[in-house]
Design a protein around this ligand. Structure first.
Ligand code: FES
Length: 300
């Protein structure tokens, strides 16, 4: 008989449905509605300020859902801004290299130039134009806010709420959480699926013992929690949050020891808890605390 771990559940769960009709959620018609009513209205995290470490650093971020290409750039004034990756003259794509450092952006179609703050600085052959107001022809900005070094965007014409309102209860709970965080690697996977299926799979740990048995065999669970029940779950008005159980019985091989030692910087929940966050049930010294997952995009 398996040991049973009681989850600490915070928040109102009485209204959660016990069954969900996924078939309705994954039709093209439903997705078309979701694009406008969810994704265009949501504040979405698209990067970290360390991704643009120096003045003039930029990266291009494409959003195929809306056929958008964005430029995330740290201006010469050290502020991170985001612009649509199109020239104000005839809409040519302004930047084609996905990442780099620039003093400004010059369009390769007719040579108009913009600085890293998005201002139009140069109109070539300017005397051939009548009544152009350079002040009005800067790059198109995207609504941007920074929260604990994470870069958020909102694609609505006017956001219906601020990022602070969007994050709600969680907004002030991570003030020291990401301190000393270090980005050491990243990877991207394009999954050919409807987003509901991907998100739903990530909101349960039921599968990990089985689906990940050959790739992540024993990093979670352990004798005290073999079915890997979530120790903590928070249900907020708009978001939810949970911790996943580490495995205090795991014996690290040499490479894993290194990853655990330095991985703490990547996942602060291993070693540290802020007031209001779910507490780790294993001592920090085991290096097997709880992975913290945040789902920023849930119901509106
Ligand atoms: S389209 Fe960019 S300068 Fe003409």
């Amino acid at each position: 008989m398996s040991a049973q771990v009681d989850s600490l559940i915070r928040g109102v769960v009485d209204d959660l449905p016990s069954r969900i009709n996924v078939g309705v959620q994954i039709t093209p018609e439903h997705y078309a509605l979701e694009k406008e009513s969810i994704w265009r209205r949501a504040w979405m995290s698209i990067g970290h300020t360390q991704d643009v470490p120096n003045k003039g650093s930029y990266f291009v971020y494409d959003i195929p859902t809306f056929n958008y290409s964005l430029i995330v750039v740290r201006g010469q004034d050290d502020q991170v801004r985001i612009f649509h990756n199109i020239c104000r003259h005839r809409g040519n794509k302004l930047v084609r290299e996905p990442v780099g450092t620039r003093a400004g952006f010059t369009c390769n179609f007719h040579g108009w130039s913009f600085n890293t703050q998005g201002d139009l600085r140069l109109i070539t052959d300017v005397n051939e134009f009548e009544k152009l107001d350079k002040e009005q022809l800067g790059m198109f900005p995207v609504h941007t806010e920074i929260w604990n070094s994470l870069i958020f965007i909102n694609l609505a014409k006017e956001p219906h709420c601020t990022l602070k309102e969007w994050l709600g209860e969680m907004y002030g709970q991570y003030d020291n959480y990401f301190e000393n965080q270090e980005k050491v690697a990243s990877f991207k996977a394009i999954v050919n699926t409807n987003w509901h299926l991907a998100v739903n799979a990530f909101t349960e740990g039921y599968h990990t013992l089985y689906l990940h048995k050959s790739t992540a065999r024993d990093y979670q669970g352990g004798k005290s929690n073999p079915q890997r029940h979530r120790p903590h779950m928070d249900f907020f008005d708009r978001h939810h949050r949970y911790s996943a159980p580490g495995n205090p019985d795991k014996v690290f091989v040499r490479g894993e020891k290194l990853a655990a030692k330095y991985g703490k910087l990547m996942i602060p929940a291993f070693d540290f808890n802020c007031e209001g966050l779910p507490l780790a049930s294993t001592p920090p010294s085991t290096t097997n605390g709880h992975l913290m997952w945040l789902n920023f995009f849930q119901t509106l």
